[in-house]
Each structure stands twice: as structure tokens, then as C-alpha cells.
Design a protein around this ligand. Structure first.
Ligand code: RB5
Length: 149
């Protein structure tokens, strides 16, 4: 079972607590980087924590939740080796793993409820990268990253 870092801002905090409990219940090892309340905070701080934990291989995967998931993904994707995907449902979550090998998923606490969030997590963790032509495409993303565009 993968180890997972999870982080949220105030917009994602309540859902983070639900998702964390769901993952722990399923037996995953979860590293919670905060936030710890609905008091206003800045999402890049938490995205950076989770991205670094994945980058440094302290954990294998990361989950980030803000109001929409967008700011979290924008921030996490600034970190080398991070492939963060904003997902909205089980389908996009499954495809983010199968085709994009997303090592972080992000979603919105103001967009999805706990039931959809659980189905997102199940779909993402229950699928695997398919490799093949998708590896070539990810290598192209990696080449852009290396060139520093
Ligand atoms: C905070 O109000 C909100 O902007 C943040 O949670 C997130 O949705 C940004 O992408």
C-alpha cells in the first residue's frame, strides 16, 4: 500500500479530514501536513510541503485539497518530477493514473462532497500507469522541465 501525504488550505480543510480518515481506515500510511482549521491560510505553502515530500520520496503519492484544486495543482507542478492533476470524479482520477501517472491529485473542497472524494481516491489508488505510448508523452513533459522552459 502506498504512503500518502495530504494537505489542504482552509477551503479544503473539512474534506481533508474526511479523506484522511477514509485512507487511514483503509490501512494507508498518511502524512498530514495541515492545515489544521478553517482559518484562512495560503494554499502554496501546503502544496509545497506535499510536493517536496513526494519529490524527496518521503512518501509515494500526494493529495491536495483547496477550494477548487486549481491553485494546489499550479503550485505542485512547479516542483521537478511532480505530475499533479486536478480531478473532478472517478473517471478523471483513474485516467490521471493510467495515462498521466499523476503522483499528486488535487480537488476542490468547494466542488466535490465526501462521497465523490472517496470515489476519486479509490479510482486513483486502484489504477496503475499503463506505460507504452504514455511513457513517451511523459518523457516529453520531462524534457521540457529539464530545459527549464
Ligand atoms: C481560497 O479562497 C481559494 O482561492 C483556494 O482554496 C483555491 O481554490 C485556489 O485555487
Amino acid at each position: 500500500m502506498e504512503s500518502i501525504a495530504i494537505g489542504a488550505d482552509h477551503g479544503g480543510y473539512p474534506l481533508k479530514e474526511d479523506v484522511k480518515a477514509y485512507l487511514v481506515e483503509k490501512g494507508y500510511s498518511v502524512m498530514d501536513v495541515g492545515t489544521t482549521s478553517e482559518e484562512s491560510v495560503d494554499y502554496p505553502d501546503f502544496a509545497a510541503e506535499v510536493a517536496r515530500a513526494v519529490q524527496q520520496k518521503k512518501v509515494e503519492l500526494g493529495i491536495l485539497i483547496c477550494g477548487t484544486g486549481i491553485g494546489m495543482a499550479m503550485t505542485a507542478n512547479k516542483f521537478k518530477g511532480i505530475r499533479a492533476a486536478v480531478v473532478h470524479d472517478a473517471y478523471t482520477a483513474a485516467m490521471s493514473r493510467r495515462h498521466n501517472n499523476a503522483n499528486i491529485i488535487t480537488f476542490g473542497g468547494r466542488v466535490v462532497g465526501a462521497g465523490v472524494a472517496f470515489s476519486i481516491v479509490d479510482a486513483w489508488l486502484g489504477n496503475r500507469f499503463e506505460g507504452g505510448r504514455h511513457t513517451r508523452r511523459l518523457d516529453k513533459i520531462g524534457a521540457f522541465e529539464k530545459k527549464g522552459y
